[in-house]
Design a protein around this ligand. Structure first.
Ligand SMILES: [Ca+2]
Ligand SMILES: [Ca+2]
Ligand SMILES: [Ca+2]
Length: 173
């Protein structure tokens, strides 16, 4: 072995040791349950952590010492990039890459309740699936991951939206 390589070998070992020492329990990725998949189990756990004001830095994807909605946005970017090559859209409850009737239904079955999960329709992670989450869905509907807007509206989604708006209006009177 040449002398310069003999010199470098212990240096590399030292750097690797320092690297492992300086990485505490911060998130290394969006696969919180370490099962190799970036899926609903992970984003649901993150939403539950945000709702419960968790301080578990496992969920601190932005490495700012806080567990909040910024980490949710970061998860949508990381998870979508991993699975689809582009960030997930807001309100893609079932993480299939589009925002449509299925995602509305996920919200609708938990309407005005506390699903404590992304897949249950709490898209802003405030602890309840309510009108604010509906508005997020409404602003994102027909949107594919990466922000492509479909030019063809889904009749079923439009019908569901109108039904929901009527329900919301009735509750106010
Ligand atoms: Ca996982
Ligand atoms: Ca979807
Ligand atoms: Ca909500």
């Amino acid at each position: 072995m040449p002398r310069n390589q003999l010199f470098l070998a212990p240096l590399v070992v030292l750097l690797l040791a320092l690297g492992s020492l300086s990485s505490p329990a911060y998130a290394t990725g969006a696969d919180f349950n370490d099962d190799g998949f970036f899926d609903s189990a992970d984003i649901d756990a993150l939403v539950a952590a945000i709702v419960s004001s968790s301080t578990d830095l496992l969920y601190d994807l932005t490495s700012d010492g806080l567990v909040n909605k910024n980490d949710l946005a970061e998860w949508l970017f990381l998870g979508g990039t991993e699975n689809l090559g582009v960030a997930y859209s807001e309100a893609d409850a079932n993480l299939d890459g589009t925002v449509g009737a299925l995602d509305f239904e996920a919200w609708n079955v938990n309407r005005f309740m506390a699903p404590n999960s992304w897949s249950g329709g709490d898209f802003n992670a405030d602890g309840i699936a309510d009108g604010y989450d509906f508005l997020i869905w409404n602003n994102s509907k027909n949107e594919s991951a990466g922000g492509n807007i479909s030019s063809v509206p889904e009749p079923s989604a439009c019908l569901l939206m109108l039904t929901s708006l009527l329900l919301l209006l009735r509750r106010r009177h």
